[in-house]
Design a protein around this ligand. Structure first.
Ligand SMILES: *[C@@H]1O[C@H](CO)[C@@H](O)[C@H](O)[C@H]1NC(C)=O
Ligand SMILES: [Mg+2]
Length: 272
């Protein structure tokens, strides 16, 4: 049933992608007056499921997603049930890619404006999951975050080492190497996943990072405390964190944050 649902969603996503430009053109031509005329109304109804604000009870999913990305909505466990389709469309369609491109364009513009010391001490911190590698193949068959987190099945997926690259992040990564800023990975993945993580990064075209820090077994603190402590170690060793990018707020909060932080979109899960 899950597969059938996903397949259906993929088909809908493809159809929406094909139809989206004309649909939005028509939508933009709506009369300026507040009254929505009958000829336009059917189209608006057709777009409602995409916003998750149709007949199903629940939050308006676009507002919920903004709340998540802006860190107004916190400590959530799952995507609201009525937003599974919305998040699926968002992740599989153009919107997610467009949003990622804006983030990376800004990061690269920032890099272009830097006056670098050129002493080999400039580093940039990268998170891995949903920042460098995408776990969308897993989430697409597990409700796009609408189902409770299952460590067993998620770990099994990670251990395949098959997560695809997030191409915009890779563009930033190679830009940094070109200008002499060293990439550093700090991930919430645990130390036992080092080999599979290195293999996955390499198979997706990454090389030349300065270090890869994984979480030690038995660490009990929050992601904020773990990641900020690791960044502190970098600074104590004389490195300058010129940038820091992640998909979770816990990747980029907590001193030292880095001279600038960048937040990639992720409406599928929350890590404190
Ligand atoms: C979690 O995933 C495992 C492995 O796929 C499965 O056997 C188990 O039933 C799942 N647990 C829940 C609560 O869905
Ligand atoms: Mg992440």
């Amino acid at each position: 049933m899950a597969m059938a649902r996903t397949t259906a969603l993929l088909l809908v996503a493809a159809a929406l992608l094909a139809a989206s430009s004309s649909a939005w053109e028509v939508n933009i031509q709506m009369p300026a007056s507040a009254a929505v005329d009958d000829a336009v109304a059917p189209l608006i109804h057709a777009l409602r499921p995409l916003l998750g604000s149709g007949k199903q009870a629940g939050v308006a999913c676009d507002s919920w997603r903004l709340g998540v990305e802006a860190y107004n909505v916190r400590d959530w466990k799952t995507v609201p049930a009525n937003c599974e389709g919305y998040v699926g469309h968002y992740m599989l369609g153009n919107h997610f890619r467009r949003d990622c491109k804006v983030v990376i364009d800004q990061a690269i513009a920032y890099v272009d404006g830097l006056k670098l010391a050129g002493n080999g001490k400039d580093v940039w911190v990268f998170d891995i999951d949903e920042t460098t590698l995408s776990n969308l193949p897993y989430y697409a068959t597990h409700g796009f975050g609408a189902r409770p987190y299952n460590a067993t099945s998620f770990d099994a997926y990670v251990m395949e080492g098959s997560a695809p690259v997030l191409p915009e992040t890779k563009r930033l990564y190679y830009k940094l190497l070109k200008v002499g800023i060293k990439p550093v990975f700090i991930t919430g993945r645990t130390e036992d996943k080092r080999a599979v993580t290195v293999g996955n990064l390499r198979s997706q075209g990454f090389s030349g990072w300065m270090s890869l820090t994984l979480k030690q077994h038995g660490f009990k603190g929050s992601a904020i405390s773990y990641k900020s402590a690791e960044r502190k170690k970098l600074e104590d060793a004389g490195y300058v964190i010129v940038g820091n990018i992640g998909d979770q707020w816990s990747d980029i909060l907590g001193a030292p944050e880095g001279a600038r932080t960048f937040s990639r979109p992720d409406p599928m899960y929350y890590i404190a």
